[in-house]
Design a protein around this ligand. Structure first.
Ligand code: GDP
Ligand code: MG
Length: 162
């Protein structure tokens, strides 16, 4: 079984963009419309000759009810299946309440969670990402999924314990 990397986070943070970059496809729906990708989507990816499965999710809107209103059912399932969870946030949008709800859930899991601040192209990533330390996840991996910046370093970290 290949390692499974799940991409979770609010809609519009860039999950499908990273999915497409990792899998070299345009299959996942990328759009300016938050939440358009409704279902989990699986792709096979290779990084430095290591194969892994990447799981795209439709995003967590914060409107859901239930065990944790910030975690949609399909994102919960994707997290359950994953060996590594990439928790994506938007460095341009800044810290939002839904990010906090997702972090509260993920911190309770006994699972490798990497906090990924996307869209740092053309902004001061360090200062725009600083608020995300309050999520209590630890290291912030700054990337620009649309351009590939930071993605190699992120993947090296994600795959090294697997
Ligand atoms: P998802 O809802 O989390 O899957 O987000 P998408 O991948 O659909 O991206 C949402 C929007 O963010 C789209 O307009 C993307 O083009 C844009 N986006 C994604 N990654 C980046 C990035 O690295 N930099 C910038 N500036 N925009 C990005
Ligand atoms: Mg998407």
């Amino acid at each position: 079984m290949l390692p499974v990397v799940a991409l979770v986070g609010r809609p519009n943070v860039g999950k499908s963009t990273l999915f497409n970059r990792l899998t070299n496809t345009r299959d996942a729906l990328v759009a300016d419309y938050p939440g358009l990708t409704r279902d989990r989507k699986y792709g096979q990816a290779t990084f430095e000759s290591r194969q892994f499965i990447v799981v795209d999710t439709g995003g967590i809107t914060g409107d859901e009810e239930g065990i944790d209103k910030h975690m949609s059912q399909q994102s919960l399932l994707a997290v359950e299946e994953a060996d590594v969870v990439m928790f994506m946030v938007d460095a341009r949008a800044g810290l939002l309440p839904a990010d906090q709800g997702i972090a509260d859930y993920l911190r309770r899991l006994n699972k490798q969670v990497l906090l990924v601040a996307n869209k740092v192209d053309g902004i001061d990533g360090d200062s725009e990402s600083a608020d995300f330390y309050s999520l209590g996840i630890g290291t912030i991996y700054q990337i620009a999924a649309a351009h590939g910046r930071g993605v190699s370093q992120l993947m090296t970290t994600a795959l090294s314990p697997l």
